[in-house]
Design a protein around this ligand. Structure first.
Ligand SMILES: CC(C)(COP(=O)(O)OP(=O)(O)OC[C@H]1O[C@@H](n2cnc3c(N)ncnc32)[C@H](O)[C@@H]1OP(=O)(O)O)[C@@H](O)C(=O)NCCC(=O)NCCS
Length: 169
């Protein structure tokens, strides 16, 4: 019997950002970005036709917004994302990414992000979410490619020290 409950996972509802979320999204953004983004900059970003803003709201009924993600629907580039530091490592970043991954199709097969400076710290998070990271000079390119399978149907590749083995359990 496994007595280890594993890391805490917090369920969130991922939905489009609305006007009244902007100050909170700005607060989350500025909890890690310097120089700080202004509300005017953020609103201008969200007015770009192909830029989609999402927020993660706690599913416990409190409606507390604990994360945001902005991506470009035309290029499928993640432009910015963050989770409230008090709620990090609880699966919230993953739930937001999954919400974008489901938009991928055979014609729009990959989701990517450019990491520079402080955003490079997100490398292990993206790798845990099946992004392949390519290193450049002071820059990382992270890319997740649509496999044609559903998100939760992707087989785990188990490293057995030789040829990769598909885990069918
Ligand atoms: C990067 C960030 C969005 C991740 O959000 P999160 O909600 O903490 O991530 P999750 O809990 O969903 O993590 C998913 C997996 O990645 C791993 N992970 C997340 N951050 C990690 C880190 N810094 N180091 C190692 N692993 C990490 C988790 O352990 C988890 O692994 P598991 O599959 O073994 O459970 C969050 O750390 C953050 O807001 N960072 C500051 C802003 C930033 O860097 N944005 C990135 C722009 S692309």
């Amino acid at each position: 019997m496994n007595l280890n409950p594993g890391p805490v996972q917090t369920q969130v509802l991922v939905r489009w950002i609305i006007n009244s979320d902007v100050p909170r999204a700005l607060e989350l953004c500025n909890s890690w970005i310097t120089p700080a983004m202004t509300e005017r900059n953020l609103r201008a970003l969200l007015r770009v036709r192909s830029y989609i803003g999402l927020v993660a709201e706690l599913a416990d009924g409190s409606q507390k917004v604990v994360g945001y993600l902005i991506y470009d629907l035309d290029t499928m580039q993640i432009l910015s994302m963050a989770v409230d530091p008090q709620y990090q490592l609880q699966g919230i970043g993953r739930q937001m990414l999954d919400n974008v991954k489901i938009k991928l199709t055979a014609n729009r097969p990959s989701l990517w992000a450019v990491l520079t400076g402080k955003t490079m710290d997100a490398r292990p998070f993206l790798e845990r979410n099946r992004f392949i990271v390519t290193e450049g000079k002071n820059i990382l390119l992270a890319e997740y490619t649509f496999s044609g399978l559903g998100l939760h149907e992707e087989p785990e590749i188990v490293d057995m020290g030789g040829h990769p083995v598909i885990d069918e359990t």
